[in-house]
Structures are given as C-alpha cells and as structure tokens.
Write a protein that binds this ligand. Structure first.
Ligand SMILES: NC(=O)c1ccc[n+]([C@@H]2O[C@H](COP(=O)([O-])OP(=O)(O)OC[C@H]3O[C@@H](n4cnc5c(N)ncnc54)[C@H](OP(=O)(O)O)[C@@H]3O)[C@@H](O)[C@H]2O)c1
Length: 297
C-alpha cells in the first residue's frame, strides 16, 4: 500500500528536500502551504484554519502528517508574539488534533532554540528546555502539544538548517549573497550550533519513521561550530580567496530576538538506536555549496 503523507510548509526550505525524497520512495504526498501554488503541487492550507485542515485531511485520509510549517523568522516572532503562538503553537495543535482523529502518525520539526544556550556541552534529548526567545517558546509549546495530544509522534529537533537553494532564507544564503558584493564579511564568533543539511535530515526522517520507534530525537549533522566557522568554510568551498571573514561578537549586530550562546545538539538517541546516518557538517556543507556553484554555472 502506498502510504499517504499530508505535508505542511511545502514551500519552505526543508520541504524542498523532503518532498522529492518522499515521492522517490513511493509515498503519495499531498503538499500544502499558506501560499498554495496553483500548479497542483502545493495546495493552499493555513495551519491556523482548523476547518480548512479538517476538510482537506478528511478527504485525503493521510497515514502520516509531516508538519513542517512554522513562522521561522525569529525576529518577526519576537516582534509579533501573537502571530508566533498562533502559527507555531495553535497551528501545531490543529495538526495534532487531526492526526489523532485520523489515527495518523505525526512528524513535528522542532529546534535547538528550545534551550537557553547556557550549557557548555551539546544538548541531549534528556536536557530540560528553557527557551529564551518567543520563537523558541512557541516551538516548545508545539512540542508539548504534540506529546500531550498524540501517541504516534516523532519530534525531530534540527539545528541551523542548510539547504533549500532559492528557498534558503537563512545564514548560508546570507553569506553566499554577501560574498557576491563584499570582500570583507563580519561574522560572529560567540554563537554555537549544529548545522543540519536538509537532504541528510530528510533521509534520516524516512529511516527513523520506518522503525515506528516513536518519540523525540535530536537530528543534526555531526559536530558543532560557530557562525564564524561556517562562514569560513562557505568561502573556502566557494573558492573565494578574495573574501575575508572577520571575527566579531554578537554585540556588533543588535537584533530583536535574543539568541542563546549555544544551540548545539547531539544525536544521542539516534546513536543508541544505530540510526544516526548524519555525516559531519563540513561534508554536508561542502556538497550544498558545490550544488550552489553548479546551479550558478
Ligand atoms: N530553518 C531553520 O534553521 C530551522 C531550524 C530548526 C528547526 N526548524 C523547523 O523546521 C521546520 C521547517 O523549517 P523551514 O526551514 O523549512 O522553514 P521555512 O523555509 O520558513 O518554511 C516554512 C513554511 O511554512 C509556511 N507557513 C508559515 N505560516 C504558515 C501557516 N499559517 N500555514 C501554512 N504554512 C505556513 C511558510 O510560508 P511563509 O514563508 O510565506 O511564511 C513557509 O513556506 C519548521 O517547523 C521550523 O521551525 C527550522
């Protein structure tokens, strides 16, 4: 039987890698986003609109709900907390309720921003969340809703996402774009995290869900680094010897949302289960940057 997947956030960075992989693996995917695209690939569905979700899900009858949609702009979340909670918490509640009603497995993507960043070692699944930003708080609310409303769930906490090509709105894209116009780029040395390549993350989602080993997992590429380390590697892989990455501290870039010192994660549960197929972040980043170079000719 072809398993049916109802996906939210289909126009985002992660869906760009996950959707083709699901199709290649024989899943029947109904992909949705707040901005449906009238090409019959991405259908319109607002995760805040329970009636719309129920109508679509009852008609499609998914076996699995992959809930990727979120307000991922952390500064926008900080400035508009009601919007953040409506999307990231209430929207997740709507998806959890329909998953429960349909008896579908729920896959929820969370984040290292659920931690306060004070720990010097990478965070484990057993560490207590204590989010400091509105984004982190709203995503943690989403986690609590998923665990309280459903049994057959997977929560995957990702780190700093790499991927998406033209869908990328995050750090890698910013550095790649800055390198086109600047010879000197200032990057912070005092924020640490775990890069997470959407291609590796998507592959491992499929591996883990097939085990039916439900629960919460950290799932990041191996190794931790600073923003500065990533920027240096991007420039190296772009072979841009003319661009210098200059170290600065985060005081140089005041932003609306607080960022913890660390969002470093370790895949302890995947390791224990022998399901950790996440390669070192440098290898993943290199493949992605070479892909960008290929696309740009
Ligand atoms: N990107 C990261 O670094 C990162 C790290 C850790 C975890 N995550 C989590 O991973 C998941 C996927 O992230 P991503 O990077 O693919 O994010 P993304 O590129 O921002 O994609 C999210 C998609 O959801 C859509 N969306 C927003 N509000 C919606 C609503 N009310 N109804 C339906 N769709 C809505 C967005 O549309 P608009 O763009 O029009 O708002 C966007 O197309 C999210 O749950 C995120 O919290 C991301």
């Amino acid at each position: 039987m072809r398993l049916k997947v109802l996906m939210t956030g289909g126009n985002g960075m992660l869906a760009d890698a996950l959707y083709p992989l699901l199709c290649q693996n024989g899943y029947n995917v109904y992909m949705t986003d707040i901005n449906g695209i009238d090409n019959k690939v991405i259908f319109k569905m607002d995760i805040r609109d329970k009636k719309e979700i129920d109508r679509i899900a009852i008609k499609f009858k998914p076996n699995i709900i992959m809930h990727l949609a979120a307000e991922t702009n952390v500064d926008k979340c900080e400035l508009s907390p009601d919007h953040a909670y409506n999307t990231n918490a209430k929207g997740t509640e709507n998806m959890a309720l329909i998953a429960k009603m349909m008896g579908a497995t729920l896959v929820y993507i969370s984040t290292g921003a659920v931690f306060d960043g004070e720990k010097s070692e990478p965070y484990l699944e057993s560490d207590e969340p204590n989010p400091i930003s509105v984004y982190g708080k709203s995503k943690f609310e989403g986690e609590k809703i998923v665990t309280s409303l459903t049994n057959n769930y997977f929560i995957f906490r990702a780190g700093w996402m790499i991927g998406g090509y033209e869908k990328d709105k995050k750090f890698v894209e910013k550095i790649v774009e800055l390198a086109k116009i600047k010879n000197e780029i200032h990057v912070v040395t005092d924020k640490f995290g775990s890069p997470t390549f959407t291609k590796d993350f998507s592959k491992n989602i499929l591996t883990v869900i097939s085990t039916k080993n439900y629960g919460l997992f950290h799932m990041v590429n191996e190794g931790c680094c600073s923003r500065f380390d990533i920027a240096k590697k991007i420039i190296e892989y772009l072979e841009r010897k003319d661009v210098v990455i200059k170290p600065v501290t985060s005081d140089a870039f005041p932003l609306p949302a607080p960022r913890g010192r660390s969002e470093m994660l370790i895949n302890r549960k995947l390791n224990l289960l022998g399901l950790n197929n996440m390669r070192p972040w440098q290898d993943a980043l290199k493949e992605y940057i070479l892909g960008i170079k290929g696309k740009n000719g």
